[in-house]
Structure formats: structure tokens, C-alpha cells
Design a protein around this ligand. Sequence first.
Ligand SMILES: [Zn+2]
Ligand SMILES: [Zn+2]
Length: 175
Amino acid sequence: MKIDLCDIAGTPGARGRYSISERLASAEGPSSVRPVTGEMTVENTGSLLLLRGRLTGVLKLSCTRCLSEFEQPLAINVEEEFATENTAPDIETVDRDDPEASAMSDYVLDVSELVRQQVVLHAPIASVCRPDCRGICPQCGHNLNEGPCDCAPQTADSPWAKLQYLLSDRPRTEE
Ligand SMILES: [Zn+2]
Ligand SMILES: [Zn+2]
């Protein structure tokens, strides 16, 4: 989805309101269970194009401990500034030198790109499906949230672990 903001960009004081609905493709990072939606206002402050809004969605993430997929709600407050022809050159809050990073070009806002950037920015980096996720068994790969596996437990409490520790920590006196 793209929004043409030429009229607003050319008229100080003008503003517009837009409904957003964007589906995120999984190939570009986090994917959404259903489209990310929200309302956005764009206002020409006289010196800047000010974009404000709130996006909500549900992301599909994979747990870093047990590798299973889970859904996580996401809510983002968006506030972006874009340069207009009246923007003074000393205002540095806008991405005027980096068209690659900007979702706006020639006053056409690429909403898909904006939403993608915002989601990438706000999606959790290390996500777990739940705080007490037990992860997977390091030996057989079984998801321990679904119950224990048949592997011998290798906890620090086991007498063998203690013995191994003592043996490995023992100073070598033979040399
Ligand atoms: Zn998990
Ligand atoms: Zn196992």
C-alpha cells in the first residue's frame, strides 16, 4: 500500500488520516498472523511532515529455547518525521540523506516499507514462548515442554557430574 502525500506536503497546516492494513511476508523477517492494522495521521507542520499513529498486530515468532512457533501481540507507537521543501537544512531528525532507509520518496509514503521497518525495529530479538519454557533436550532434541524424554538427566546434582567435576579439576601431580 502506498499513500500519495503530495497535496499535504505542499500545503502547510494540511493533514490527513489513513487506515493501515499490511500483511507481513515471512521472507522479510518477522511474519504476522494477520495483517498489521492501525490509524495514522500525517500533518504538515510548516517545516516537517509529521507522521503519527499506532499499529497493532500479532507476530509469529519462533522460541529461541524450544524452537517452536508461537504468537505474540505487538503494539507500536509510530512517530516519524519527513522533510518537505520548507524543511530547514539544519533540522537533523529526518532521513533526508538516506533514501534507502526512508519509506518516503517524492512524497509518496510506502506504507508496506514503513510497517516492515517498524515491526523489525520493535520485534523482540530473543523471544521465548513463555518465561518457564524448558527448551529442548540437548541429547535427543525432544521438546521438554511436552514432557520428559528418555535420556539420562545430566544435572549438576547427579553424583556422576560431581565426580566428573572433581576429576577434571584435580591438579595434575604426575609431571
Ligand atoms: Zn519455548
Ligand atoms: Zn532427550
